[in-house]
Design a protein. Structure first.
Ligand code: ADP
Ligand code: MG
Length: 347
């Protein structure tokens, strides 16, 4: 009897060993190593762009180098302050030949101007110069006189931009018009970088954060949402957040009156200008927009800032695929109906 028993024990032992072996083998075959995230801070667009990426097929170094190149390329191509950029040439000569991409970017800018009733307006440049928010080395921040503002206002209207698709040319219909794509170029650059990364490595994951405009490359470790803090506009602490959202894809942009401003006689003057009045937009401290692409998030954040806290059309803009939260100067909060969805961690 005891012999038979020991035989059984032996069989069980072999079976168990075999099972463990199979489990171990399948772990080795089917489980992938955790993605390794690499981060780089790139100074461009007058801010710091933070790129955090893990490749699936390609090393993160390769993806970072490519992204860096694209970011500088977009900046140098569209910055009004870079000599010989498309925008610099347009502002200087009143017309410029464009490629497909530039044509698309100008058309996008004009579309957002139309959609937002001119709250977003790429011809804002003369006002930015007047207030000293044009980022030119020579510019001085100051409160202009009403007369100066009135003079300059007559050049601010996106309808002065003419797009000739046939001849691939952008021109001004009025002398003295000046454009600035600062309200859209950063968003566009994020979209482009994400598109390029996905083209090389479709399962790459991570995010790109361009000073408050964030685009998701892919969920953390391929499955988790990225946790994004929304900055408290009333705190001097850049890291203090007032709210948290969770994104596995898409983009989010925040425009705040704390980003670029100066104080004169106790009044704060910031860099988002109302094209109608010629003054920094009143009533709002920050706007956060969640959108499928960063170009939309970036432009809508600026436009909703201009449209003010009581904007009756706030919910209407969800028709363009965005959700928004706005914070008034005295801390009141308004948001679109779908914004709260992004506060839920488990999706
Ligand atoms: P940031 O560039 O600091 O992220 P925003 O995304 O809010 O800030 O965009 C503000 C920038 O857009 C300004 O620096 C300026 O170049 C430009 N701008 C300011 N007011 C307007 C406006 N009403 N329409 C279009 N662009 C604007
Ligand atoms: Mg922006």
């Amino acid at each position: 009897m005891w012999r038979k028993n020991s035989h059984n024990v032996r069989i069980y032992f072999y079976l168990a060993a075999l099972g463990a072996g199979i489990i171990l083998l399948s772990i080795l075959i089917f489980s992938k190593p955790m993605p390794v995230y690499e981060e780089k801070i790139i100074p461009v667009f007058g801010t710091y762009v933070r790129l955090n990426v893990a490749g699936d097929k390609v090393s993160p170094d390769v993806l970072i180098k490519m992204a860096e190149r694209e970011l500088y390329q977009i900046h140098n191509k569209y910055s009004a302050n870079v000599e010989n950029s498309i925008v610099w040439e347009l502002n200087k000569n009143g017309k410029v030949k464009v490629d497909d991409e530039a044509l698309f970017l100008f058309q996008s800018a004009i579309n957002y101007a139309i959609i937002t009733g001119g709250a977003f307006d790429p011809t804002i440049r003369p006002l930015l110069e007047l207030w000293g928010f044009d980022d030119a080395n020579s510019s001085e921040k100051r409160v202009p006189s009403q007369e100066e503002i009135n003079n300059v206002l007559s050049y601010v209207d996106y309808r002065f931009i003419n797009i000739d698709e046939k001849n691939m040319e952008v021109s001004f219909l009025k002398e003295g018009v000046q454009v600035d794509l600062g309200g859209i170029a950063k968003g566009y650059a994020i979209d482009l970088v994400i598109q390029r990364i996905r083209a090389i490595d479709p399962k790459a994951t991570g995010f790109i954060d361009a000073g408050g405009d964030i685009g998701i490359i892919g969920p953390k470790f391929g499955e988790l949402a990225w946790v994004i803090g929304i900055r408290d506009p009333f705190s001097n602490d850049t890291f203090k957040s007032m709210d948290t959202i969770y994104l596995t894809d898409g983009t989010v942009a925040t425009s705040g009156d704390y980003e670029r401003f100066f104080v004169q006689n106790g009044t704060k003057y910031h860099h988002i200008i109302d094209p109608q009045t010629g003054y920094p937009a009143q009533g709002i401290s920050s706007v956060t927009v969640i959108a499928p692409n960063a170009t939309a998030a970036d432009t809508f954040a600026t436009a909703l800032f201009v449209l003010g806290f009581d904007n009756p059309a706030l919910e209407y803009f969800t028709n363009f695929g965005i959700q928004a939260m706005i914070v008034s100067n005295n801390g009141e909060i308004r948001e679109t109906s779908g914004f709260n969805y992004f506060r839920e961690k488990l999706k």
